[in-house]
Design a protein. Structure first.
Lengths: 118, 200
């Protein structure tokens, strides 16, 4: 994952990664409308690259484990154990698929701004 | 001779999958881990998905026939209930999660995948549009003999979609105990009642 923001509308120059997919500039909010296909790289700030995040209508920041937990809940699945093999494997799969995409998560922009030469 | 050391099964081996699934999920609230023990239909369709090619015609037909046998037809002979109740069910995505209790009435969550009433603009597109479902199929009087086949198909499709399309993505609402008979009748009315907003 690159340390550049995918959250800002004026997307910074990508460092070294493949040509951006059509969805590259889709922000987190609009990505919720059309569910991304996570079996391949969904692009900057989408899927794995969108977490941790404040879940809609939830005041706490959720990590990938919590996001997957709610995903399974809505699928009417039984309860996935925290850090269970299935959830870790799925998280790793999503992370590997997102390789090269830019992370978009709370506090990330501030971190980038801090690193910028003034 | 000492026994040869057992070669560990690689983490990526599909042989490990059943164990990984078993050890990763547990009962919670009204949801039992046993829901992951899927039936022959789901197993065949999942295997086809993994293989990346659809089921062969013969297997698909056999699965459809087996699912057709599970369809429970309305015990009171009434295929159509209230379209108003059907619309509420189509809107509701409640029920059957581990945060629901057994008393939560299940919704059909139909809009999640289908367009239905044109007034509802928030709908999914995984399934086909059902707007004008009855009108397009020429159902002007659901009680007429001419409509019988379409009325039965609509009931059967909602009860067990896989009776008509082996690997349909549509949940088997009646067969899996998601919807009651009365609820299925309300959904049939939503789709086929000439007074339903679906057919305006």
């Amino acid at each position: 994952m690159k340390s550049a923001s995918a959250c800002s509308s004026s997307a910074p120059v990508r460092m070294t990664s493949p040509a951006p997919p059509a969805t590259a500039r889709t922000t987190h909010a609009s990505a919720c409308r059309i569910l991304p296909n996570l079996t391949k790289n969904p692009g900057d700030g989408i899927g794995f690259a969108a977490w941790p995040a404040y879940r809609v209508s939830n005041g706490q920041m959720w990590g990938m484990q919590q996001r997957l937990n709610d995903c399974y809940r809505q699928q009417r699945f039984p309860y996935p154990g925290f850090a269970s093999d299935a959830t870790v494997a799925l998280g790793v799969y999503l992370g590997v698929n997102s390789q090269g995409s830019r992370l978009c998560c709370p506090g990330h922009q501030a971190l980038i701004d801090q690193e910028k030469p003034s | 001779l000492p026994a040869a050391p057992r070669r560990p099964v690689p983490l990526t081996s599909t042989r490990r999958l059943p164990h990984i699934v078993k050890s990763s999920f547990r009962d919670e609230g009204i949801v039992k881990a046993s829901v992951l023990d899927t039936d022959e239909t789901n197993k065949a369709c999942s295997a086809a998905d993994v293989a990346g090619k659809p089921l062969d015609e013969k297997t698909a037909k056999a699965i459809e026939a087996a699912n057709m046998k599970t369809i429970k037809w309305p015990s009171n002979g009434k295929f159509l209930g209230s379209w108003q109740e059907g619309e509420k069910l189509a809107q509701s995505g409640r029920g059957l999660t581990w945060t629901d209790d057994a008393k939560t009435p299940n919704g059909g969550n139909c809009y999640n995948c289908h367009q239905i009433d044109k007034k509802e603009i928030s709908f999914g597109t995984i399934g086909p549009s059902l707007y004008n479902f009855g009108k397009l199929r020429g159902v002007s009087d659901p009680n007429s003999p001419a409509s019988k086949a379409m009325v039965e198909y609509t009931w059967g499709k909602i009860w067990n979609a896989k009776a008509y399309n082996a690997c349909s993505n549509m949940p088997r609402a009646g067969h899996m105990g998601i919807m009651t008979e009365a609820q299925v009748a309300d959904l049939v009315a939503l789709l086929l009642d000439p007074k339903s907003p679906v057919n305006q």
